[in-house]
Design a protein around this ligand. Structure first.
Ligand SMILES: CC(C)(COP(=O)(O)OP(=O)(O)OC[C@H]1O[C@@H](n2cnc3c(N)ncnc32)[C@H](O)[C@@H]1OP(=O)(O)O)[C@@H](O)C(=O)NCCC(=O)NCCS
Length: 250
């Protein structure tokens, strides 16, 4: 089965048509970006990509959701139609970023450069912490003829990365975040993934307690290439009975 075969129809229901009272968890559709971009800015203000602004986030969210190697789930308040939560996760991280470079690279790069040109602090941070890595990734991808790298010694474990999850502050502690994560886990399991991973800020600044409550396992601290410290978590999908979540709403 190819990544494209695994891609759910936009707006499809399937395993995502569930959620806590009054809120429906479903797939992202193109129009949702007008909700998810400000939500991302508001609820994850410390993330590096939020520094590129709402317009960039709208484009990034749409690009992410178009990838056949990713899942974007949103939580919609059925009474108002507002999107009050969103989750962005990959099903094949390398293939996903390859897709973004190939299909949306120029558009996203222009938005990044335009923003950085107006904000010298952002431009400096971008050059110091990420520019070389991003450029290497693009060059590696282009010189591989668009193929994604694979482990040389045997088939690699199939791992997805939960990139971002956020719930509007007025809708928290009602099971919305749990329902979004459960929907991603279900989609990843159906796609044959063996494990999911994520990083969050360590301690009180991060969401470790939330993930642990859902059955994710802490895996210590990681330091990113740009020197930021993160707490690492993973979620095995193969033997679900060994780590069944408490209070996941599905
Ligand atoms: C983390 C987040 C997505 C959780 O969403 P949510 O809808 O409130 O989560 P749920 O209602 O499903 O919570 C399930 C359980 O997780 C735990 N939990 C949730 N938020 C928590 C918090 N801030 N601190 C400690 N435990 C928390 C609780 O045990 C909760 O169950 P309870 O309400 O019965 O005690 C939300 O708080 C958020 O958007 N935070 C800002 C963005 C963020 O930090 N995202 C994660 C970055 S990696």
């Amino acid at each position: 089965m190819t990544g494209r075969d695994r891609r759910p129809a936009e707006g499809g229901r399937g395993p995502f048509a569930s959620g806590p009272g009054g809120v429906r968890v479903r797939f992202f559709t193109h129009h949702d970006a007008t909700w998810t971009a400000p939500l991302h800015l508001r609820e994850l203000p410390g993330g590096f990509i939020t520094r590129f602004g709402e317009g960039f986030l709208e484009s990034y969210h749409r690009a992410f959701a178009r990838s056949p190697h990713a899942v974007v789930a949103v939580a919609e308040d059925l009474a108002t139609g507002r999107v009050v939560g969103a989750l962005f996760g990959t099903l094949d991280t390398r293939a996903h970023y390859g897709f973004l470079v190939r299909h949306h690279g120029p558009e996203l790069a222009v938005r990044i450069f335009v923003r950085a040109a107006r904000d010298s602090v952002l431009a400096r941070d971008l050059v110091r912490s990420r520019a070389a890595r991003y450029a290497r990734g693009v060059v590696r991808y282009l010189f591989s003829g668009g193929r994604t790298a694979r482990a040389k010694d045997g088939p690699a474990e199939r791992v997805g990365l939960l990139e971002h999850v956020m719930v509007d502050a007025g809708y928290r502690r009602r099971g919305v975040g749990s329902a979004l994560v459960a929907a991603y886990e279900e989609r990843a399991r159906a796609a044959g993934l063996e494990r999911l991973e994520l990083v969050t800020l360590p301690g009180e600044r991060g969401a470790g307690a939330f993930y642990e409550r859902l059955g994710w396992r802490p895996g210590g601290e990681r330091v990113s290439r740009s020197g930021e410290r993160f707490a690492f978590y993973s979620r095995p999908l193969v033997d679900a009975s060994a780590s069944s979540p408490r209070g996941s709403t599905g």
